[in-house]
Design a protein around this ligand. Sequence first.
Ligand SMILES: Nc1ncnc2c1ncn2[C@@H]1O[C@H](COP(=O)(O)OP(=O)(O)OP(=O)(O)O)[C@@H](O)[C@H]1O
Ligand SMILES: O=P(O)(O)OC[C@H]1O[C@H](OP(=O)(O)OP(=O)(O)O)[C@H](O)[C@@H]1O
Ligand SMILES: [Mg+2]
Length: 279
Amino acid sequence: MLRVAVPNKGSLSETASQMLSEAGYSGRRDPKSLYLADERNGVEFFYLRPRDIATYVGSGALDVGITGRDLLLDSGSRALEVAPLDFGSSTFRFAGPAGRFSDLRDLEGVRVATSYAGLVRAFLAEHGVTAELVSLDGAVESAVQLGVADAIADVVETGTTLRAAGLEIFGPVILRSTAVLISSEAQPAGLDVLQRRLQGVLVARQYVLMDYDLPVRLLEEATRIAPGRESPTVSPLHDPEWAAVRVMVPKSDTNQIMDALYDLGARAILVSPIHAARL
Ligand SMILES: Nc1ncnc2c1ncn2[C@@H]1O[C@H](COP(=O)(O)OP(=O)(O)OP(=O)(O)O)[C@@H](O)[C@H]1O
Ligand SMILES: O=P(O)(O)OC[C@H]1O[C@H](OP(=O)(O)OP(=O)(O)O)[C@H](O)[C@@H]1O
Ligand SMILES: [Mg+2]
């Protein structure tokens, strides 16, 4: 059985469980359960703190896991990043009182609060800056107002939490993070199936199917507008001068592509969702 670590709480937990459910795996009924055996799919799920997942997987106690790239790097674990999962995206940034800092060098000798000490220590060392790290568990944005630090380094998504604390971002991007699939070694048995299933969920979320009718002579030009993953499926229509075309397109581009195909001469353009995919 493949042993999989899943976040039991926090920002990544709900979406990770939802993705696994869409990928056909059983989910826990009780949000407090820490373990679930999905015999039918040959997988055991261990619900763990996202911060601990890289440690379990890196040690080989578990085969694969879902966690944040920032948490993986912060842990210093040997676990490998297998694939991004397209949720839980954020940047990891320095911030300080508005106007006080403008450059990474300004951190020399000051106190920086963070709950990602490993990540920040490595970044500062790489850039030759010596600062005093203040390790906190969370709600790091309050550390400056409360006087335990001069600056912070933390996860930023919309920036709302920073602004509310009177802080502003400065210096380089420390890291661009996202939820990732990680593994204990290059290819544990069973990882390929899990990875294909999760990729299928991402494709189903990111793409739609577009069907349209088109004069055959315009096929080449239409294919340039919507090339599909490999190539569009083209079926004959009763009228030999027309063809029916089916193609996958990125969901976010749907309306631009429909407009361009219509302008070209396509008609009966229909869009439908993809429920599951295996590419
Ligand atoms: N606002 C956010 N937007 C996107 N990703 C986020 C956000 N907050 C945290 N994350 C990501 O979630 C992961 C942190 O997991 P964690 O369980 O600590 O989440 P959390 O929301 O901080 O939980 P908690 O604060 O309840 O402990 C990291 O990979 C981090 O980048
Ligand atoms: O840029 P924003 O959209 O405001 O989001 C970023 C905030 O979200 C997370 O906080 P969380 O709620 O997880 O609390 P925590 O700091 O205690 O982990 C993160 O630690 C930041 O504080
Ligand atoms: Mg948090």
